[in-house]
Design a protein around this ligand. Structure first.
Ligand SMILES: NC(=O)C1=CN([C@@H]2O[C@H](COP(=O)(O)OP(=O)(O)OC[C@H]3O[C@@H](n4cnc5c(N)ncnc54)[C@H](O)[C@@H]3O)[C@@H](O)[C@H]2O)C=CC1
Ligand SMILES: [Mg+2]
Length: 310
């Protein structure tokens, strides 16, 4: 990856043997076969044919960005054809440009990873076309790992925002929260963006205090994940404990719709429930939890495992 990022000539060669994922205004190109989304992988020759068919300059292939590399050094690229007519492209390519969020939870792990990195990188380039100091256009290197303002020499690198997500426990129960924007009935772990200069531990303690008024006693790291919605974040997942005698919650209603402690049985039952069928006969919604693709799900699974091992 390093050579591909740093050397435009090597990257150009990799484009000729690489695999391309197409986007249109940040929506990936997908095919739906027997109800399942497939992510077509297109090679450089096919991309050039598509560009020729739609009377685009072959050079447009150089607008693509490098999103990864397979074990046997096959490079993956993403190309956004947003300036072309969407419906014409779709009928020519026999598939459709689908909102990532719509397909995300039905795709294979490798595809979700590549498509979310691709969308985040394409969005970053779209938002950084001008130097914020000089106002002059910036130019991307071939791989898309940076943009340079040739008038000031400033180099811009793609960024993601760090977010800490914490599953809080009092030893017997875990704390789950709801934002008004979540799907009806859904509860998740408590999340918050890192402030500049903060350590992850400080963010966990501050967010827990701000959102539910509790004091974290101890915490430990679990895992991390890139999360593309609504913007590119690096989710850093932690477990944390409060003292069992200090569990009274004070919900910050500006940030959360609800927060409460859940027993092991309640969590196990909620995890079994399909979020799509959580609506009850009286119109209310039963508690459901994030799907397996979200790191919150992994934190909850780990907590259950720990409780069962006690
Ligand atoms: N993958 C997963 O399992 C989960 C992911 N998340 C993600 O975590 C993220 C953060 O969670 P929240 O509770 O909303 O954070 P939060 O508790 O920090 O509140 C969001 C507020 O923080 C401010 N903010 C500070 N820095 C920001 C930045 N770089 N970008 C946007 N807003 C910023 C804004 O005022 C925003 O309204 C969300 O984007 C959400 O999608 C949340 C729960 C589960
Ligand atoms: Mg939050």
């Amino acid at each position: 990856m390093f050579e591909l990022k740093e050397n435009d000539d090597i990257c150009r060669q990799a484009q000729n043997s690489g695999t391309f994922y197409l986007f249109h205004n940040f929506s990936p190109f997908l095919q739906k076969i027997r109800g399942k989304y497939l992510v077509p992988q297109i090679n450089a020759t096919e991309i050039k044919k598509i560009l020729e068919k739609f009377r685009q300059n072959e050079q447009r292939i150089e607008d693509s960005v490098l999103i990864g590399c397979s074990g046997d050094c096959l490079a993956y690229f993403a190309l956004d054809l947003g300036s072309m007519e969407r419906s014409v492209l779709e009928s020519g390519l026999e598939g459709s440009f689908t909102e990532l969020q719509q397909a995300f939870f039905q795709l294979d792990e490798k595809d979700t990873h590549l498509l979310s990195s691709a969308q985040a990188l394409l969005r970053w380039h779209d938002n950084h076309q001008y130097c914020s100091k000089t106002g002059q256009p910036t130019k991307k290197n071939l791989a898309g790992s940076k943009r340079v303002c040739h008038s000031s020499g400033i180099i811009y690198y793609p960024q993601m925002s760090p977010v800490v997500i914490t599953l809080l426990s009092d030893g017997n129960r875990c704390l789950l929260v709801r934002q008004a924007s979540f799907p009806r009935g859904m509860y998740s772990a408590l999340a918050g963006f890192c402030d500049v200069g903060e350590t992850l531990e400080e963010t966990v303690r501050r967010e827990v205090a701000e959102e539910v008024g509790l004091e974290v006693d101890s915490l430990w790291y679990s895992a991390s994940q890139h999360w593309p919605f609504p913007n590119s974040t690096l989710m850093i997942a932690c477990h944390a404990m409060v003292q069992p005698q200090e569990t009274e919650i004070s919900v910050n209603k500006l940030e959360l719709e609800a927060a409460r402690w859940f027993s092991l049985d309640e969590v196990v039952e909620a995890l079994r429930r399909d979020p799509r069928s959580s609506k009850q006969e009286d119109g209310t919604f039963s508690v459901c939890l994030p799907p397996k693709q979200a790191i919150a799900h992994q934190l909850i699974q780990e907590w259950i495992k720990n409780q069962l091992c006690q």
